[in-house]
Design a binder for this molecule. Structure first.
Ligand SMILES: *[C@@H]1O[C@H](CO)[C@@H](O)[C@H](O)[C@H]1NC(C)=O
Ligand SMILES: *[C@@H]1O[C@H](CO)[C@@H](O)[C@H](O)[C@H]1NC(C)=O
Ligand SMILES: *[C@@H]1O[C@H](CO)[C@@H](O)[C@H](O)[C@H]1NC(C)=O
Ligand SMILES: *[C@@H]1O[C@H](CO)[C@@H](O)[C@H](O)[C@H]1NC(C)=O
Ligand SMILES: *[C@@H]1O[C@H](CO)[C@@H](O)[C@H](O)[C@H]1NC(C)=O
Ligand SMILES: *[C@@H]1O[C@H](CO)[C@@H](O)[C@H](O)[C@H]1NC(C)=O
Ligand SMILES: *[C@@H]1O[C@H](CO)[C@@H](O)[C@H](O)[C@H]1NC(C)=O
Ligand SMILES: *[C@@H]1O[C@H](CO)[C@@H](O)[C@H](O)[C@H]1NC(C)=O
Ligand SMILES: *[C@@H]1O[C@H](CO)[C@@H](O)[C@H](O)[C@H]1NC(C)=O
Ligand SMILES: *[C@@H]1O[C@H](CO)[C@@H](O)[C@H](O)[C@H]1NC(C)=O
Ligand SMILES: CC(=O)N[C@H]1CO[C@H](CO)[C@@H](O)[C@@H]1O
Length: 359
C-alpha cells in the first residue's frame, strides 16, 4: 500500500478500555534511580534463547544466560519450549514513583500487527495495549504504522525493602493457586511489604497470570569502591557475568549474601585474574581458587573488581584472603576448657585469702 505505511487496527470491542488510566509499573518511591530488574516471560511458542534476546533487546547474550543460571556455554540456538518461563534481565528506570524498563525493549511494527496483538501475544501479556499506548503517546490505538518503533514499558522497581537487605525486583507470573502469603514465605519478604510494592491492599485480590513483584534477596559483590561493578547485585539463584564476561559471580544464602566469584572460563581475551603467589611454593592462584582444600591455613584468591577496559588490557583486581580461623585441634580444646575453671578456682581462693587477711 502507498503512503509509506499501512494502517492497522486494534479490535474495536476493546476500545472502551482506553478510558481507564491503567497504572504503569511497580511502586518505586525514589525520585530517580536505575537498577537491574527481572521479569518472567512465558513464551507462547517454541523458540530459542537467541530469539528471546532479540525480542527483549538484551545487549549481551551472557546476561540472559546468567539470569537463568544456565551453563556459560549455552548457545543462542538453545531451544525454549512453548510455555517455558524464561527470566528476562533488563535495566529499570524509576521516575515519579513509577518503575519502568528504561525505554527498552524496542519493537518495530510489522504488517498485520495490532497493539493488542503486540501486548497479548508477542509480549505474552507482560503489558496491556493501553500501557504501550500511554508510554509512547500514541493518540489513536487503531492507527499504528508498519515500521513504527515503540518501546514496551515493562514493570519494575528499584525500591529498597529495608536498609540492610539487598534485593533485585522480579516481576513473576502468578501461578494458579498461589497466594501472597506463599510468595512471602518463599521469598523471605514480608507479606505487607509485597502488598505495598504491588500497590495492593487485599491479599485475596491476587490473580493467576498477574505480574506480581516478588523481590529476590541478592548478594553484593564486596569489591573495592571505584570498581565499575561496585554497586552490582546478584539475585539469589542467578549468575552475574561481570568484568566484561571474564568473571562469573553466583549468589545463594550462604556466606552472608556476599557473591562467590570465579573466572568464568570465557575464551574472550581476559586480563590476568591471578593473585600474588602464596606460601613458600609460588603457585599462582586464579580468582575463585584456594591453595589447598584440606589443610589450614588456606589462601583463597578473591575477585575485587575491575577497571574500565578489562578486555583492552584493563585490570581485574584480586585479593588474596587467608583464612586463619583454623579448626581448633583436640589438645588445644582441652586446655581451653581447662583454663576457665582453673581461673575460677584461683579467683575464689584469692577472694577467700583476702577475706582471711582482712578479718
Ligand atoms: C496505586 O493505586 C492507587 C489507587 O488504586 C492509584 O491511584 C495509584 O496511581 C497507584 N500507584 C501505582 C504506583 O500504581
Ligand atoms: C529515566 O527516564 C527518564 C524519563 O523518561 C529520563 O529522563 C531519564 O534520562 C532516564 N534515566 C536514565 C538513567 O536513562
Ligand atoms: C506462535 O505460533 C502461531 C502458529 O504457529 C502463530 O500464529 C503466532 O504468530 C506465533 N506467535 C508468536 C509470538 O510468534
Ligand atoms: C529486612 O527485610 C528482610 C526481608 O523482609 C527481613 O528478613 C529483615 O529482618 C529486615 N531487617 C530489618 C532490619 O528490618
Ligand atoms: C534462594 O534461592 C533458592 C533456589 O535457588 C531457594 O531455594 C531459596 O528459598 C531462596 N532463598 C531466598 C531467601 O530467597
Ligand atoms: C570460543 O568462542 C568461539 C566463538 O565465540 C566458540 O565458537 C568456541 O567454541 C569457543 N571455544 C571454547 C573452548 O569455549
Ligand atoms: C596457603 O597459603 C597460606 C597463606 O600464604 C599459607 O600459610 C599456607 O601454608 C599455604 N598452604 C599450602 C598448602 O600451600
Ligand atoms: C612445594 O613444592 C615442593 C616441590 O615442588 C613439594 O615437594 C612440597 O610438598 C610443596 N610444598 C607445599 C606446602 O605445597
Ligand atoms: C594490549 O595488549 C596487546 C598484547 O599484550 C598489545 O599488543 C596491545 O598493544 C595492548 N593494547 C593497549 C591499548 O595497551
Ligand atoms: C575459615 O575456615 C573455617 C573452617 O574451615 C570456616 O568455618 C570459616 O567459615 C572460614 N572463614 C572464612 C572467612 O572463610
Ligand atoms: C541493544 C539492542 O539490542 N538494541 C536494539 C533494540 O531493538 C531495536 C529495534 O529492533 C534495535 O534498533 C536496537 O539495535
Amino acid at each position: 500500500m502507498g503512503g509509506g505505511g499501512v494502517v492497522v487496527a486494534v479490535a474495536t470491542f476493546a476500545i472502551w478500555f482506553l478510558g481507564s488510566s491503567e497504572a504503569l509499573g511497580f511502586k518505586c518511591s525514589s525520585e530517580s534511580a536505575t537498577c537491574q530488574a527481572l521479569i518472567d516471560y512465558k513464551s507462547p511458542n517454541a523458540t530459542s534463547y537467541g530469539a528471546i534476546q532479540t525480542l527483549f533487546n538484551i545487549t549481551n547474550f551472557i546476561d540472559l544466560v546468567g539470569a537463568n543460571a544456565r551453563p556459560r556455554t549455552t548457545l543462542p540456538t538453545a531451544s525454549v519450549d512453548k510455555d517455558q518461563i524464561v527470566r528476562i534481565p533488563f535495566p529499570c528506570n524509576c521516575t515519579n514513583s513509577i518503575g519502568l524498563s528504561n525505554h527498552l525493549p524496542r519493537y518495530i511494527v510489522k504488517d498485520g500487527d495490532t497493539l493488542s496483538h503486540i501486548a497479548q501475544d508477542v509480549f505474552s501479556g507482560l503489558v496491556t495495549y493501553p500501557q504501550i499506548q500511554q508510554a509512547n503517546n500514541i493518540p489513536d490505538a487503531n492507527k499504528i504504522l508498519v515500521g513504527q518503533d515503540f518501546w514496551i514499558p515493562l514493570p519494575c522497581s528499584c525500591e529498597q525493602v529495608n536498609s540492610t537487605t539487598k534485593v533485585v525486583h522480579y516481576g513473576r507470573i502468578v501461578a494458579a493457586g498461589s497466594s501472597v502469603q506463599q510468595l512471602a514465605q518463599q521469598s523471605g519478604i514480608a507479606q505487607d511489604i509485597l502488598l505495598d510494592l504491588n500497590n495492593m491492599t487485599d491479599p485475596n485480590a491476587l490473580l493467576a497470570g498477574q505480574i506480581f513483584d516478588v523481590p529476590l534477596r541478592a548478594c553484593s559483590l564486596g569489591v573495592r569502591s571505584g570498581s565499575l561493578d561496585s554497586s552490582s547485585l546478584v539475585a539469589n539463584g542467578t549468575d552475574l557475568y561481570t568484568a566484561n564476561g571474564c568473571v562469573k559471580c553466583s549468589c545463594d544464602s550462604s556466606n552472608d549474601w556476599t557473591a562467590q566469584c570465579e573466572a568464568s572460563g570465557s575464551n574472550s581475551t581476559c586480563p590476568s585474574m591471578q593473585c600474588q603467589s602464596s606460601g613458600s611454593n609460588s603457585t599462582q592462584l586464579t580468582i575463585g581458587s584456594s591453595n589447598t582444600t584440606s589443610s589450614c591455613p588456606r589462601a583463597t584468591c578473591v575477585y575485587d573488581g575491575y577497571s574500565a577496559t578489562a578486555n583492552a588490557n584493563g585490570t581485574i583486581f584480586t585479593n588474596l584472603v587467608t583464612n586463619s580461623t583454623c579448626p581448633a585441634s583436640g589438645a588445644s580444646r582441652i586446655s581451653f576448657h581447662g583454663s576457665p575453671s582453673n581461673l575460677v578456682l584461683i579467683v575464689i581462693h584469692l577472694v577467700l585469702l583476702s577475706l582471711y587477711l582482712c578479718f
